[in-house]
Design a protein around this ligand. Structure first.
Ligand code: GLY
Length: 564
């Protein structure tokens, strides 16, 4: 029986792979391991995580070390100047969620990105000093360490210092990204960053010396190494030179928060994901529940029927997201109501199996976007079965393009994740209202969806991805690929993806996601379709029936699984 399932999985995986030209070079069966694994956006960061696990560190120790390592080797999204979320499942089955999302500075106000006519000032929430929220990553790592850390703190920060000070070789993608962003760095940073001074090539060695010394201060002084002393002084000086709002008081008062994860069920699997201020957990569970009364396996992978059904589930969840989701410390988010089974059935009552429901006719439900695509995700399981699903971001690639002079790290442009004016889309098309309006000290709504699945009360899958609003639909589709279509982890990650977010009313798809005949059929049902580049970079781990771990490292990036 087991052999049969394996063969089926492999066959479906080969099928997906063979029709997936965009990722055809990706392996169909991922890296396998017996005990522990780290999957992240960069091979050096994954190696750092595994080294920590081999030193006897647990999954949270490794996650902290990977967060810092990504800030060096993957600076477009890895960060100390941004924020993120951890979803944790301990080996004893207890779960936890850490919110280290950025906050609006105390001097922020609702109309700060609008001109005197109430119109959006182009780029103000996206580039430069005013776009930055108060960073949460370092406080988050300290909080995670205080609760779960086991190795000495300095051992978790040191690998990132070594990478920054000793240097490392750039991959082709990373060299290209540094070159591509050069003009923006020159325009928005008040002091020209050293890495704008040359054209980078694959294999070039790069050292981030100022960043290395900032990490040394974090190693030696923990939270104070960032929110006080030289680093804080450099941030404040940068804000003063560039007209930003972050003050010392904002830095001193920043706190990450432990929040109970959102949980729900999908075909007998327990789904554990991030609570608001991320919309990820709520929307993921809404979408899974919306499709679970249908036999997706019988419909087939990305057929006309299944793409249509999934699209309609996504449309309705994103309509709710835009109205109801925001920072729960400022706005009552009706989580229970939005994920209630009866509500979901009512929501799907307007589903027509033969025709698209126009988004104009779908408002948020009643009960009695693109955002940035340069976030990054990592998944970790340690040898004792503890797991961390972590997504972290600067929002846009290299955030607000401002490098903090003297401290050598890049600040986020997370303020654009607020709804800067009700009904006006942010840079990636996401629309919001009052729930996600700017208020001092408020966290901006996120789509980050670090997720863990249980099967029969045991750890089963750790999954997540970058991709702005496409994060939630990517995690949704990868879960269905495994649960409904029997794919292994790597095949599920490789498979083409598509995305609908209510507004704009269109399906965006990777070339390999939807067959050309099916595209025509979907159009005849009233769907608008647009091909786009790759969607997300899913990094995930699946536990097979024999206890072995399969990594799913996304071939759309440099993502790498390392295990033992
Ligand atoms: N900045 C991307 C997100 O939080 O969803």
């Amino acid at each position: 029986m087991k052999k049969y399932i394996f063969l089926f999985t492999l066959t479906s995986a080969l099928f997906i792979s063979s029709c997936n030209t965009q990722v055809k070079d990706g392996p169909v069966v991922g890296v396998m391991a017996d005990s522990a694994m780290v999957v992240s956006a960069h091979p050096l960061a994954s190696q750092v995580g595994v080294d920590i696990l081999k030193m006897g560190g647990n999954a949270v120790d490794a996650a902290i070390a990977v967060q810092f390592a990504l800030a060096v080797v993957y600076p477009g999204a890895g960060n100390i100047g941004g924020g993120g979320f951890f979803v944790i499942r301990n080996a004893d089955g207890t779960i936890d969620g850490l919110d280290y999302r950025e906050k609006a500075p105390a001097e922020a106000y609702e109309t700060m990105y609008l001109d005197e006519n109430g119109e959006e000032i182009e780029n103000l929430s996206r580039r430069g000093h005013l776009a930055a929220g108060v960073p949460g990553s370092v406080d988050g790592m300290v909080k995670a360490y205080e609760k779960y850390g086991s190795l000495p703190w300095k051992d978790l920060v040191q690998p990132s210092i070594d990478l920054a000070l000793n240097g490392f070789e750039l991959t082709e993608r990373e060299a290209r990204k540094l070159n591509y962003n050069r003009e923006d760095f020159e325009e928005y940073s008040t002091v020209k960053p050293f890495f704008t001074e040359k054209e980078w090539s694959t294999g070039d060695k790069i050292k981030y010396e100022e960043l290395g010394h900032t990490l040394e201060r974090i190693r030696d002084n923990g939270r104070e190494g960032f929110y006080a002393g030289k680093t804080a002084e450099d941030i404040i000086a940068e804000m003063e030179r560039g007209g930003g709002l972050i003050t010392l008081e904002d830095l001193t008062s920043y706190e990450s928060i432990w929040r109970a994860p959102i949980t729900g069920w999908y075909r007998g699997f327990k789904v554990i994901s991030m609570a608001p201020p991320s919309s990820g957990g709520v929307a993921l569970i809404q979408m899974l529940k919306s499709v679970q009364d249908y036999d997706l396996n019988e419909m087939g992978w990305n057929t006309r029927e299944s793409v249509h059904l999934i699209t309609e589930a996504e449309r309705r969840a994103y309509a709710d997201r835009s109205y109801y989701l925001g920072d729960p410390d400022f706005w009552k988010v009706p989580v229970k109501e939005l994920t209630d089974d009866t509500y979901i059935v009512e929501r799907m009552a307007t589903f027509d199996p033969f025709a698209a429901t126009p988004s104009d006719s779908v408002a948020e439900g009643k009960f009695t976007l693109y955002e940035s695509e340069e976030t990054t995700h990592f998944s970790i399981i340690d040898a004792n079965g503890n797991a961390v699903s972590a997504t972290t971001t600067l929002n846009g690639g290299f955030g607000n393009k401002v490098m903090v002079a003297g401290s050598g790290f890049i600040l986020n442009n997370e303020m654009d994740d607020f709804s800067i004016k009700p009904g006006v889309p942010n840079m990636y098309g996401a629309i919001g209202g009052e729930a996600n309006s700017i208020q001092p000290g408020k966290r901006m709504l996120s789509s980050m969806t670090p997720t863990i699945l249980e099967k029969d009360n045991e750890l089963y899958m750790v999954v997540g991805t970058p991709g702005g609003t496409t994060i939630i639909t990517s995690v949704f589709q990868v879960i269905m690929n495994v649960v409904d279509h029997g794919m292994g982890m790597q095949a599920a990650v490789n498979a083409g993806r598509f995305h609908h977010q209510w507004r704009p009313d269109a399906i965006r798809f990777e070339e390999t996601a939807i067959d050309s005949v099916i595209r025509i059929e979907l159009e005849s049902m009233g769907h608008e379709l647009y091909q786009r580049g790759s969607i997300g970079r899913v990094d995930a781990i699946l536990i097979h029936e024999d206890g072995s771990l399969e990594g799913g490292a996304d071939p759309r990036g440099d993502d790498t699984a390392v295990g033992y």
